[in-house]
Design a protein around this ligand. Structure first.
Ligand code: BT5
Length: 323
């Protein structure tokens, strides 16, 4: 049985690809104690390659014990199970997985990556030193929270991109509800709310050329981390960042695969999950303008519908506050 340990405070950066030797070695080790020669033979690789793979697995926080003549044995899984999460991603078609104990921003990292080469990738960090919200705002990203980004190739019209933020919101909110059995809800356009406070947020950024458009989808959820004033975390429930990460990834991949065809159903789900904001008087700040009205849901393009002095207004982007 492997017991849980914390990843050491070293700044770990691990890149795992779908065909990584370390992944094959990890799978072999999960079956039990094996000698270097046994692993090398079964995978058709050299013993040096086995040793290198084991060093890589160790650098991700796992403890692999090796005793002369007794082989290798996986004895401890880190608090964030890097290889298990990477495997989940690869099973959904991801090509590259990155894990950091600390990074400036997982979104910035993937933005740079995509500018070099288009690739389906996921990046997770235990903490961010320059976590970002929308419009250059700061996302406070202390250790203990979930900081996750993924690249997503866009196959729909660009004006349908707000749907990706809303779809991701539905996916993350449902994952949190499932794992924590709590009343997480949505607030337009990108907030995850618990007990009236901000629990998480989504940041979607466009990248690439017109013939190859990608969105970097960034997801931040407060789990056990210290949060800013008026925010909340999931300390009410006993979830680990690793378990939440797996659940969020499963849900996000599933929901994104339903776009664009099942947008109508996703939109309906969004409206249900945003129930606490419907019928409420709100103020929306959008491109230097202020709109006030009763929130009535979202339209087909993802715009917020406001009822104001008997008229319906559609707001396409902005920040929304209760009044
Ligand atoms: C968001 O922006 O809500 C998007 C947050 C996305 C964060 C993820 S983490 C992984 C990935 N990498 C990144 O660098 N970013 C993404 P916005 O709607 O603009 O909200 C930002 C506002 O939320 C700030 O101005 C604060 O008021 C508040 N805030 C900052 N940190 C917070 C936190 N940890 N919890 C709750 N609220 C926070």
């Amino acid at each position: 049985m492997s017991e849980k340990i914390r990843v050491s405070d070293q700044k770990v950066k691990v890149k795992i690809t779908r065909n990584d030797t370390s992944l094959s070695v990890f799978r072999a080790l999960r079956k039990g104690r094996l000698s270097g020669a046994e692993i090398a033979n079964s995978l058709g690789i050299s013993r040096t390659a086995v040793w290198k793979a084991i060093e890589k697995i160790r650098s991700s926080g796992y403890t692999v014990e090796s005793k002369r003549g007794r082989g290798y044995v996986l004895t401890k899984t880190p608090e964030f199970p890097v290889y298990e999460v990477a495997e989940l991603c690869f099973s959904k078609g991801v090509e590259e997985f990155y894990f950091f104990s600390e990074v400036d921003s997982t979104n910035s990292f993937l933005k740079n990556l995509i500018s070099e080469r288009p690739v389906r990738a996921v990046a997770v960090a235990l903490e961010q030193t320059a976590g970002r919200g929308r419009l250059g705002r700061v996302w406070v990203s202390k250790r203990g929270g979930l900081y996750l980004s993924l690249t997503h190739r866009v196959s729909m019209n660009l004006d349908e991109i707000p749907r990706i933020t809303l779809c991701t919101g539905v996916a993350v909110c449902k994952a949190i509800q499932n794992v924590c059995n709590c009343d997480a809800s949505l607030k337009w356009p990108n907030d995850i709310i618990l007990n009236g406070k901000k629990l998480g947020g989504i940041l979607c950024e466009l990248c690439g050329e017109s013939d190859s458009v990608w969105v970097i989808i960034g997801i931040g959820v407060n789990v056990k981390n210290e949060v800013p004033e008026n925010a909340i975390n999931l300390s009410i429930c006993d979830v680990t960042v690793g378990d939440l990460c797996k659940s969020v990834l499963n849900s996000v991949f599933h929901h994104l695969s339903e776009l664009p065809e099942k947008w109508d159903a996703i939109r309906e789900e969004w409206i249900k999950l945003a129930e606490p904001m419907l019928g409420r008087k709100v103020e929306v700040y959008s491109a230097g303008k202020r709109y006030t009205g009763i929130s009535r849901g979202i339209d087909d393009s993802g715009a917020l519908l406001l009822e104001s002095n008997g008229k319906k207004i559609r707001v396409f982007s902005g920040d929304c506050f209760y009044v």
